[in-house]
Design a protein around this ligand. Structure first.
Ligand SMILES: NC(=O)c1ccc[n+]([C@@H]2O[C@H](COP(=O)([O-])OP(=O)(O)OC[C@H]3O[C@@H](n4cnc5c(N)ncnc54)[C@H](OP(=O)(O)O)[C@@H]3O)[C@@H](O)[C@H]2O)c1
Length: 229
């Protein structure tokens, strides 16, 4: 049984990962800003799941530690929350950059720093960052997604560097760069495109990889995609 924290659990992929992990018997702390959706998640997931209303742009470390302290150790941290910035480069404002990098890069980085002492208490912890094919070097790129893709590329790079910096500790760090998955974010990024993978299917894969992947991978940035986009 793993103690797991997942961000962006109010809908889409994060919701499905949280439900599947909780039903497998793992203890899950689910984070997002939307209390109503988190209550619905709790209903689906059952007694193994607890939640916290948490904004990655205004992280309340004290509230988070209030939930984490009783868990004593964290085995799996899934940085799944994401913000889609869709704008031509010349129109991107400072606020846009702050929001994209805030949710997709600084938020995960800060969370890892806050949770480090708890991750180090695990026999073998796994930090799993959810990246994007847009931030995967050499992949197809799409106009209007530069800000989003750059922030996801930064998250992928953090993954590689952190794994190196912490290679002598009991904490592994990997990044899955997702291709198209049918969610609200995909509909906004690519209107009308039908993704070949459902949120539930990707949720199942991520739940599996989060609990098993660190036995075989560390510091890896892995494409998980069957389509373009
Ligand atoms: N769907 C795809 O095709 C696809 C492709 C590549 C990568 N991804 C990545 O996969 C992950 C999940 O994507 P998805 O498609 O499931 O997205 P989604 O349906 O749009 O859900 C995004 C999640 O991020 C959370 N979030 C956004 N801003 C936040 C903030 N300031 N503080 C806390 N939480 C915040 C949202 O929660 P609240 O609004 O409740 O706070 C929500 O739960 C993301 O990292 C995304 O970039 C998705």
């Amino acid at each position: 049984m793993n103690n797991t924290i997942i961000t962006g659990a109010s809908r889409g992929i994060g919701f499905d990962v949280a439900v599947q992990l909780a039903r497998q018997g793992h203890r899950v702390l689910a984070l997002s800003r939307d209390e109503e959706n988190l209550k619905a998640l709790k209903k689906e997931a059952g007694e193994n799941l607890d939640y916290l209303v948490f904004d990655l742009l205004k992280p309340d470390a004290r509230a988070l530690l209030g939930k984490v302290n009783p868990m004593e150790r964290i085995d799996v941290l899934i940085n799944n929350a994401g913000y889609l910035l869709k704008k031509p480069f010349e129109e991107i404002t400072t606020t846009d950059w702050d929001r994209a990098f805030g949710v997709n890069f600084f938020g995960p980085a800060h969370l890892i720093q806050i949770l480090r002492p708890f991750l180090e208490k695990s026999e073998r912890a796994h930090i799993l960052n959810i990246g994007s094919m847009g931030g995967y070097q050499g992949s197809a790129k799409f106009a209007g997604l530069l800000g989003y893709s750059a922030s996801k590329a930064a998250l992928a790079n953090l993954t590689e560097c952190l794994a190196e910096e912490w290679k002598d500790r009991n904490v592994a760090c990997n990044c899955l760069c997702l291709g198209a998955v049918q969610t609200e974010m995909l509909a906004e990024a690519f209107p009308g495109f039908d993704a070949p993978v459902s949120s539930e299917q990707m949720g199942g894969f991520i739940a599996y990889f989060a609990t098993q992947g660190h036995r075989f991978f560390n510091g890896k940035v892995l494409p998980v995609s069957v389509s373009t986009p």
